[in-house]
Design a protein around this ligand. Structure first.
Ligand code: ZN
Length: 301
């Protein structure tokens, strides 16, 4: 086909074609080029760290900070069984650790903590003694409506201090907690872990203040096609202001693999535009925990 059109019309046509067929999103709202390898320069906020008792000897506090340093993990949200692990790490490196209070201690574990005697007093005492910025990570394996009085107290403790609940559960307990108090601040651990992506999308849509950490979800998000899983991609893009990455060092094997875990998190972030990758890597955490997070923190404590 040969058209004879004036030069200025040609360039106009080119611009129109480019905007329609080639770069529609980039024209509309910023640069959608994936951040790619530059992801390695982003500081990471690890929103799901545990420093449990079996780790204390093989991984003393200084070795944890070294692991964070060499992976560009500038800061982390830490909860531990028992809470003393969190406090040890926070006392060693207060500028690198955001402490949160896990209920588990003594005989109180993931399946019985809500029925453990004097749990409310334990939580209140620890919250008064240390500057925890969350209660959790705790599990709700099976919703028991008889636990409502304790959960009402836990919600009140969190709200009095304007801190989060960090909840490992399926979708139903999250809906239930919001039914007890629509203003409770929740971080949904692992974005539900066993919850399928479409249900994650629905819950995040239904509760516009719900925040999630994506620990243990790296390979769900990466999918199998050499990019991001399509449903996860829509979760990540649509809820980019409410997601944080995490490692979940729930057993020492996770500390053994810490380099690989952080690398796999950077890998899925590398498929995202820079502004989205930055939010999920650390900027959402900056906002949610009122911190400044940068590579300047690396090597310091
Ligand atoms: Zn965990």
């Amino acid at each position: 086909m040969v058209f004879s059109i004036p030069k200025h019309t040609t360039s106009l046509l080119a611009a129109v074609l480019a905007s329609v067929f080639y770069l529609p999103a980039a024209q509309a709202d910023g640069d959608h080029t994936p951040i790619g390898d530059a992801v390695k320069d982003l500081p990471i906020f690890d929103a799901h760290i545990h420093y449990k008792e079996p780790a204390w000897k093989p991984y003393p506090v200084e070795s944890i900070i070294e692991l964070m340093d060499r992976n560009g993990v500038a800061m982390g949200l830490v909860s531990s069984t028992p809470d003393e692990g969190t406090i040890m790490l926070w006392e060693y490196a207060p500028n690198r650790i955001v402490p949160e209070l896990r209920p588990y201690h003594g005989n109180a574990g993931s399946s019985n903590w809500a029925k453990s005697p004097k749990m409310d007093a334990y939580l209140e005492n620890r919250l008064n003694a240390y500057p925890h910025e969350g209660i959790g990570e705790f599990h709700i394996h099976r919703l028991d409506y008889n636990d409502e009085p304790l959960f009402r107290e836990v919600i009140k403790m969190a709200k009095d201090r304007d801190i989060f609940l960090h909840v490992h559960s399926g979708t139903e307990p999250i809906r239930w907690l919001y039914s007890l108090d629509p203003d409770v601040k929740i971080i949904w651990a692992h974005a539900g872990l066993g919850t399928r992506a479409s249900a994650v999308y629905d819950l995040m849509s239904d509760f516009p203040n719900l925040v999630a950490d994506t620990s243990l979800r790296e390979y769900d998000i990466l999918g199998s096609g050499g990019g991001l899983d399509p449903t996860w991609k829509s979760i990540v893009i649509d809820f980019q202001d409410r997601l944080m990455v995490g490692s979940d060092t729930w057993v020492n094997g996770q500390w053994d693999d810490y380099d690989a875990i952080i690398t796999s998190n950077r890998r899925w972030l590398s498929y995202l535009p820079r502004d989205v990758a930055e939010k999920i890597a650390y900027k959402n955490a900056e906002r949610l925990f009122s911190r400044n997070i940068s590579m300047d923190l690396i090597g310091k404590r």
